[in-house]
Structure formats: structure tokens, C-alpha cells
Design a protein. Structure first.
Length: 139
């Protein structure tokens, strides 16, 4: 969970089928589930709705935050998601070397739930990058 102004980003999930942002109706696959504080004066403008499923681009507009505030608060989440997607792509390719496959499989759930230590995250990024180069995903 990440606190951004009067809002809390509860979780982020991916829906490959897609859905529409509750705020702007734009099609999204990455869904940010956010809750406004019960005592926030924004609840009136939001017609009492506390929980929203939005795309990452609607965050600043929905919350009346500056782009900088939003970017700083959500950067760690976006970084984790990006590395997770890369890790899944390598695992799906089925070509992870014997030494790296168990590490990828073990660390992916921790990465997704935010409990992977920073050092382990950097190591995972290195391993994924190496595998991407072997697979020809990177130059």
C-alpha cells in the first residue's frame, strides 16, 4: 500500500482481458485499486465513492495531485511491475538456465507483493537482463 495525499493505493493488478477506468472510461489492463480517506473533503466531489479502479494515468487527475507527487509516490510500484512483467516473460519463454529458474520462480511472488528486499530486487533485475540477452529480447 502506498499513501498519496488523501488516497491509498491498495493494490495493482493486471487484467489481460482489460476493463475500463472508473473515472475516464479509458480501456486499461493495469488496474490501480485506490481508496480515499473516510474523512477527506474530496468524497463530496466523488459522490461518496471511496474505492476506485483506475488506470495509472488517472491518478493525478482523480486525486487533484501534481504529476510530480504522483510520479514520486508510484515509481516503486511501477518499477516492481515492470520487473515482474520481464521476469514472467523470461519464465514463459521456458529458456531460463537451470541456475536462474528457481531464483526467478522464488522471487517473483515476493516482488509482486512488495516484500522482496532491494538488494534481491537488483539481483533479480540482473538475472532477468542476462536471460533476456540470451533469448534475444535485448540487444
Amino acid at each position: 500500500m502506498v499513501k498519496v495525499g488523501p488516497w491509498t493505493v491498495e493494490s495493482v493488478m493486471r487484467n489481460e482481458i482489460g476493463q475500463r477506468c472508473e473515472r475516464c472510461r479509458t480501456p486499461i489492463k493495469e488496474i490501480w485499486i485506490c481508496t480515499v480517506d473516510a474523512d477527506s473533503d474530496q468524497l463530496v466531489a466523488l459522490k461518496g465513492q471511496r474505492t476506485w479502479q483506475v488506470g495509472c494515468e488517472c491518478g493525478p487527475t482523480l486525486w487533484a495531485l501534481s504529476e510530480r507527487e504522483w510520479r514520486n509516490a508510484t515509481a516503486p510500484i511501477k518499477s516492481r511491475l515492470k520487473l515482474a512483467m520481464r521476469t514472467i516473460r523470461v519464465l514463459d519463454a521456458g529458456a531460463a538456465e537451470e541456475y536462474s529458474k528457481p531464483i526467478l520462480e522464488e522471487r517473483l511472488p515476493k516482488l509482486l507483493d512488495g516484500t522482496l528486499e532491494e538488494r534481491s530486487k537488483k539481483q533479480l533485475g540482473y538475472i532477468v537482463t542476462r536471460q533476456e540477452r540470451i533469448l534475444g529480447f535485448r540487444g
